[in-house]
Each structure stands twice: as C-alpha cells, then as structure tokens.
Design a protein around this ligand. Structure first.
Ligand code: ZN
Ligand code: ZN
Ligand code: ZN
Length: 378
C-alpha cells in the first residue's frame, strides 16, 4: 500500500519553495521585518523542504529581506539536505566553529528580526548580545498567515493522507477491525499499524474509547474491553509526506438504544451543517456556531465541551482555529477540522470529524467515508 506515498514530495520542487520564499519576503516588506530566523519547528521544512532534527547542534535558516537566504547547518547533517536552487545556500559549520557567531554575521545590519517560535532558548540567548539594538518579533507574524493558505501541492498531500485514513475507517465500519473482546489499547495498536501500512510516516494518535470512556474527548486507550451494546469512538491520524490526517468515526457494536441514535442524528446534522457553512469569507467562529446552534437546539449544548475544529497542515493542530472569538475570515486554502461532539459523563460520548479545505467553489472535504453511526457485529 505504498503506491500513493510520494504524491506531495514530487510536487514540492524548487518552484514551490521559491514561490513560498517570494511570499515570505512580501510579508517581510509589509510587516517591516529585515530578517527571519528559523530553526527547529515546521516553518523551516515549509520553506525549504528540510526537516532539522532537534539537536544540540544549531541549524538556522537566515532569510534577509533582500539577498540570498542561508542555511547554517552542522557539516555532518549537510548530506541530508536537498538543495533548493534560488531558495537558500548552505553554510555548513565544523565542530570547532561557533554557529551562533556565523548566524550573527549573516544577520549583518538587520534591525527588525523575526524568530521562529520553536527556536531553542539557548541559541537565542547566545545570539542576543551578538546583535545589538534589535527589535525582536515572532516569525509567526510573518509566516503564520502564509502557512494557513495551502497551495495545490499541500492540498494534494492533505487529500492523500485523508483518503488513507478514510480507507481505515471504511474497514472499521465494515466490521473488519475486530472490536468485541479486545481492549481499547489493542484496537488502537491495530489502527496505528494500519495508519503506517497506508503510507503514513508517523502515527500522531489513535484514540479508541468505548462506552462511557468516549465521554472523555482525549481519552487514553487502556485496558477496557469492548463489549456488545456500546459505542466505540475512534479518532486517529498521522503524517504522510509531511502533512497530517485526522478523522473521527464512531461505530456501535450491535443496535444502539433510541436515545443514543437520536443524539447521533443531532451530531450528524450539526457536523454537516458546519461543513456546509465553511465558505470563503465567513468568520471562523460562524463555522463553530453553525454546529453549536444545532447541538444546543437538540438539547445537548452543555455536552459539547470543546471548539468545533483546528487548522491542520504540517502540524496536526495549527491556525486557523474554528472557535468562538476567532473573527478572522475564512480564505481559500484554509484547511481545518470540523469535529463537533456530544459527551454524556459516565454514559457515552460521540464525535464526528472531517478535514475540510475552503475553496472558491465551496468546502472541499478531505474525508468522505460514511458519516452515519454504523452498526457492527464483530
Ligand atoms: Zn482533539
Ligand atoms: Zn481527531
Ligand atoms: Zn482533530
């Protein structure tokens, strides 16, 4: 099942990174930033294709507003870098050199400098006295709005990852992932193996919560054994070619009782209305409201205890957040989850989650597998 695992990598050639660098420089101009410094964290691979390992040795991309960007990198890591002509030049450093001093030299006379959120404090603390009279900013102010708007290659990667977990959910719904008599942890391990077998590089989570455990949204799968007559919530995803999948489906082992069936009808209606509302130009909070209104009208408002969704891309959770108070308008290319839930403490819980990309022609779901509460007998 590895045939679909190279989609995004192939498309992310130098053109993609040159275009991202162009947009970063445009934002630097608009925000008055002279230089951007990126170390570990996901801004660096977004801009260069290179994932720095979180080592004690410094890796740092220095992006001046004009002129070449430089990747300061330990010489022993340099062979892992795929060079991107027109994006950056490599500045490998030897074990006896001080990479922070090299960084300071490359910064030159830049006076407004934006640094990546995940840069290690030890490097920044060493750098501070080497460059004086600097107005320090956060790189997220420059890059955040750009990373939020996914380009075609990124949407293709999200779609490939989404299809992969859809196939696993379909197996679950078909009763081909045994539930009865197994522990949540065993089922979680089964899902994790399937996430990898479907071409993901990493499993990010595989929540399995049965019966009353499903009332805890981030339940840690444990030794509880799944029995006939209960709901099983599965929320799982991983990273494939640098982009994340994230899906939640619930199945019921045997026929569900009428009250649970009715609650699921409300949840399904809320989730679908929320997806449909996700058109370009509406506020992020209005998408949350679309789901919440229906769940509240259905009598379960107090049991929907979290925001409706989160952005997704290289990070499993990133901007934009689909939450009350986020008045930012939805733009074409925004990718996010829509995952309302209803959680009755001590009894049961349910959540329904798809990843959706906003496009000029409306919401484009990355997950399309059956949305109803499927009854399984295995
Ligand atoms: Zn979550
Ligand atoms: Zn999820
Ligand atoms: Zn999610």
């Amino acid at each position: 099942m590895s045939g679909h695992s190279i989609v995004s990598q192939d498309r992310s050639g130098p053109d993609v990174f040159r275009e991202r660098l162009r947009r970063v420089r445009e934002r630097m101009e608009q925000t008055g930033v002279d230089a951007v410094l990126l170390s570990v964290g996901l801004d660096l691979p977004w801009l260069t294709g290179y994932h720095a390992m979180p080592l004690e040795r410094l890796t740092m991309l220095v992006v001046p507003r004009e002129g070449d960007a430089s990747l300061v990198i330990p010489r022993l890591e340099a062979p892992r870098v795929v060079e991107q002509p027109g994006v950056f030049t490599m500045v490998p450093w030897n074990e006896t050199e001080d990479p922070v001093a090299i960084t300071a030299r490359l910064i030159g006379r830049a006076r407004t400098i934006a640094v990546g959120d995940q840069m290690w404090a030890r490097f920044l603390v060493d750098l501070l006295p080497m460059v004086r009279d600097v107005d320090w900013r956060r790189a997220v102010d420059v890059i955040g709005p750009l990373r939020m708007v996914k380009d075609a290659a990124e949407i293709a990667a999200l779609r490939a990852a989404g299809s992969a977990v859809d196939r696993i959910a379909a197996e679950l719904q078909a009763g081909r992932i045994p539930l009865i008599g197994r522990t949540e942890a065993q089922i979680s391990a089964d899902l994790s193996a399937r996430i990898l077998a479907e071409g993901h590089d990493v499993v990010n989570f595989a929540i399995v919560a049965a019966g009353e455990n499903a009332a805890s949204p981030h339940h840690h799968p444990g030794s509880r054994i799944v029995k006939h007559g209960e709901i099983v919530l599965c929320d799982f995803g991983g990273t494939m070619n640098g982009y994340c999948s994230d899906i939640t489906r619930c199945v019921h082992v045997g026929e569900p009782p009428a009250d649970l069936r009715r609650a699921y009808d409300v949840l399904l209606e809320a989730q679908q209305a929320s997806v449909a509302s996700a058109v370009v130009g509406v506020s992020c909070e209005s998408i949350d409201d679309a789901a919440r209104r229906i769940i509240t009208d259905g009598g379960f408002g107090e049991y929907f205890v979290h925001r409706t969704g989160h952005g997704i891309g290289m990070d499993a959770h990133e901007d934009p957040y689909i939450v009350s108070g986020n008045t930012a308008p939805l733009e074409a290319g925004h990718a996010f989850s829509i995952e309302p839930g209803i959680y009755l403490p001590g009894r049961w819980g349910m959540r329904l989650e798809d990843i959706v990309v906003a496009t000029p022609s409306g919401p484009d779901p990355m997950n399309n597998v059956e949305h109803s509460l499927v009854v399984v007998e295995a």
